[in-house]
Design a protein around this ligand. Structure first.
Ligand SMILES: [Mg+2]
Length: 394
């Protein structure tokens, strides 16, 4: 039977800060994207969470809720270093480690657990190694698929260990509110509640055909999860599931279409560069707009072909922005992303057209310059003009 471990560091950024500065231990610590008036919380220690502070909350709100907290600016490079050490610890336990974010990873432990006398023994040993090597705590969820492993770790945080065996799904998952299911956001939860589905058990007991009629294929997805089933046991199928995105928060709200357009172009440029680095092409483009009143919308479009160049992504993204953004309504944040990634869609298939080739050479040269001299080495003129509006967070 497949065996998956999901490892999730506890309040990662805040825990690293508390580890590095012992005078912060036991105190509420809030790590922020910046300290400006528009910044948001990146991570909150468990002491700060008790005051209702959580990630993505505006820093001003966090200060109001917990004025005595220590507020720090995130040190992403440092956290990335710690994350790399974490990865090498995890690789001691299983050959197949898939890191899904800076502080989370799935281990395909199928056939590896005998060395530690079973899954729980393995997870215990792993937690001990992480503590010894990094002086940090993590929570480990165990399951026979990714979904169960991830649910397990979310249920046992912090510093927990839970083996969520399939036969315990009715006991452990069904009493939970639907919004606790991994993959169910606020909006979806509200939609489910309107259908009379409040708990995971409500979903599990619903007729799958009815769910599918009401919610589309997603209804079937949800019903399977409510029963603890996930077709993906090992590594997620790479290209189709992945997405890339960039966003920027303006230091002051922006309503000038030219400024928005130029910012979007800069974001598309970065995105295209990451696509090329990944030797991937994208079949869908999405944009995210957050207005001055925090109302946030997304617009997306699936394309009949794959895109990889800045201009191609930008044309779609700009069209989507114009659909969602009317009458110079002041914008607080703009983001753009791509999904439906295909592998190696670029280097071969785009060589036909001479104009395309020129664009490609320019793109490659730009990439090389940025690799060598940093992100700001090359910038489109239009992007430079609006630089003053941005606070640099992405
Ligand atoms: Mg975490």
């Amino acid at each position: 039977m497949p065996l998956i471990l999901h490892v999730d560091m506890d309040a990662f950024f805040a825990a690293v800060e508390q580890r590095d500065n012992p005078s912060l231990k036991g105190r509420p610590v809030v790590v922020c994207g910046g300290l400006g008036p528009r910044s948001v919380v990146s991570a909150a220690s468990y002491e700060a969470r008790r005051f209702g502070v959580h990630a993505a909350m505006p820093v001003t709100e966090a200060r109001r809720r917990c004025p005595e907290a220590v507020f720090l600016v995130a040190r992403h490079r440092h956290y990335a270093q710690v994350s790399r050490r974490l990865r090498s610890v995890l690789e001691e336990f299983a050959p197949d480690v898939e890191q899904t974010s800076i502080d989370e990873a799935y281990l395909n432990a199928t056939g590896c657990d005998h060395l530690w006398g079973g899954p729980v023994g393995m997870a215990k040993a792993l937690k001990q190694r992480v503590r010894a090597e990094l002086d940090l705590t993590c929570s480990v969820g165990i399951g026979q698929n990714r979904f169960l492993a991830k649910m397990a770790s979310s249920l046992c945080k912090p510093d927990g260990l839970l083996h969520l065996e399939s036969h315990r799904v009715p006991e452990l998952l069904w009493p939970l509110a639907v919004r606790r299911l991994c993959g169910v956001g606020q909006k979806t939860a509200e939609r489910l509640e309107r259908l009379g589905l409040r708990t995971v058990g409500d979903v599990a007991r619903a007729d799958p055909g009815w769910l599918e009629a009401a919610l589309g294929t997603w209804g079937r997805w949800l019903w399977e999860r409510a029963h603890g089933r996930d077709p993906v046991t090992g590594r997620r199928e790479k290209p189709t599931e992945r997405s890339l995105s960039h966003e920027v928060t303006f230091t002051c709200d922006v309503s000038d279409p030219e400024a928005i357009r130029a910012t979007l172009l800069g974001l598309c440029d970065r995105l295209a560069r990451r696509l090329r680095k990944a030797k991937a092409a994208a079949r869908a483009v999405f944009v995210k707009l957050r207005f001055a009143d925090f109302h946030t919308i997304t617009r997306s479009r699936t394309l009949g072909h794959a895109v990889v160049m800045t201009e191609d992504i930008f044309l779609v993204a700009w069209d989507l922005v114009r659909q969602g953004w009317a009458a110079r309504r002041p914008l607080r944040l703009i983001g753009v992303g791509v999904s439906g990634l295909l592998e190696s869609g670029w280097q071969i298939s785009w060589l036909d057209d001479e104009r395309q080739r020129a664009k490609e050479r320019l793109a490659l040269a730009t990439d090389l310059l940025r690799d060598r001299f940093g992100e700001d080495a090359v910038e489109r003129a239009a992007v430079l003009l609006v630089r003053g509006h941005q606070d640099g967070r992405r």
